[in-house]
Design a protein around this ligand. Structure first.
Ligand code: F2R
Ligand code: MG
Ligand code: MG
Ligand code: MG
Length: 309
């Protein structure tokens, strides 16, 4: 059945949240430990029998989607206000991100705090993990896509590798949102053509050559954008027709499991639509004030704003 554009918007936000929430159960565990515990993706999914709660990845994505749905573009002041408004430290933020958001909260010079904490800026995956709404909203406008992804990164991530990671995840989401059919070679050719650094070009080239899930680990499972963005993209490209495989295979890598699955889930959900997320997982996603129902309505709000563009 054809997937509507609204279902893609919903699939991406919910796919991100479910991946984040499931992966969050296993953040920082080793692949070896997870392989001992679970025989494969199916046993990992069957493990979920209670409510799953999302982490900072979804929380910051919500902030970004709210700004886009309200204003139709990322404006720095509004984005910072949304980060502060959605800030719940117990959701587990990066240590640099926490300092920067707390500086925003106090009305301090957060850019100065950010560059003092990590000279040269953060190259963590925090800008990439939250950027999916930009990919959805600007899926058919390449110039805006890249510029808005950059704008969405800047308040917390000025390091070029942090920004480029966000642009690549936004581009991956945009690609699958605008085309019904997934053409793997074309997908990688386009993403590689967007790379500004040799580091990403090399990793995405390696990602494009991967033929089995066993090879995914070689791309990385770390908290740095370069160690996780290509891995998430590769996992989607290995299993484009299965949301569960896309997120399950990266969660089983261990390390930054919530963020790998959030990014991979956002791409897969945009491609397959919300109905492709297994009910067993979606049905367990938290129903807090900004839980499952809110995310669904936020995706629809973003879609409506997109239609008015
Ligand atoms: N931080 C976590 N998880 C661990 C803590 C959770 C714990 N359970 C808790 O309750 O606190 N997860 C989240 O952080 C990642 C996204 O991070 P973000 O937003 O990029 O933050 P930050 O701090 O800017 O960067 C993350 C780390 O990357 C390293 N790093 C970045 N830039 C660096 C630089 N220029 N030099 C050296 N190191 C740099 C640092 O280790 C940063 O702490 C996601 O995984 C999200 O889920
Ligand atoms: Mg997280
Ligand atoms: Mg993480
Ligand atoms: Mg598609």
């Amino acid at each position: 059945m054809a997937v509507s554009l609204e279902q893609r918007f919903q699939g991406s936000l919910l796919g991100l949240a479910v991946g984040d929430a499931l992966g969050g159960r296993f953040e920082a565990q080793s692949a070896e430990h997870l392989r001992q515990r679970f025989s494969g993706v199916e046993s990992l999914i069957n493990y979920v029998t209670d409510e799953i709660w999302y982490t900072d990845d979804t929380q910051m994505t919500i902030a970004l989607a709210e700004v886009l749905a309200d204003q139709g573009e990322i404006l720095e002041e509004s984005l910072c206000a949304a980060f502060v408004g959605n800030y719940v430290p117990s959701r587990g933020y990066g240590r640099g991100a926490r300092m920067v958001i707390e500086a925003m909260e106090e009305g301090e010079d957060y850019r100065a705090v950010a560059s003092k904490y990590f000279p040269g800026g953060s190259y963590g995956n925090g800008a990439a993990m939250r950027v999916a709404p930009v990919g959805l909203f600007f899926h058919n406008d390449e110039a805006m896509l890249l510029e808005q992804a950059r704008q969405s990164a800047l308040p917390t991530h000025v390091h070029p590798l942090g920004i480029e990671g966000a642009q690549l995840i936004a581009a991956a989401v945009a690609y699958v949102t605008r085309s019904d059919e997934f053409k793997r070679d074309d997908f990688f050719r386009w993403l590689i053509s967007l790379c500004q650094s040799e580091e990403y070009r090399e990793k995405l080239t390696a990602a494009s050559e991967i033929k089995s899930t066993e090879q995914l680990a070689g791309l990385g499972n770390g908290i740095e954008a370069l160690e996780s963005v290509p891995t998430a993209i590769a996992s989607f490209a290995l299993s484009p027709e299965s949301y569960a495989e896309t997120i399950g295979n990266v969660i089983l890598l261990g390390g930054d499991a919530d963020t790998l699955a959030a990014m991979a889930g956002a791409i897969s959900g945009a491609h397959l639509g919300v109905d492709a997320i297994p009910k067993q997982l979606l049905g367990r996603l938290e129903e807090s004030p900004k839980g499952k129902s809110y995310l669904l309505s936020l995706a629809s709000r973003l879609f409506l704003k997109y239609q008015l563009r």
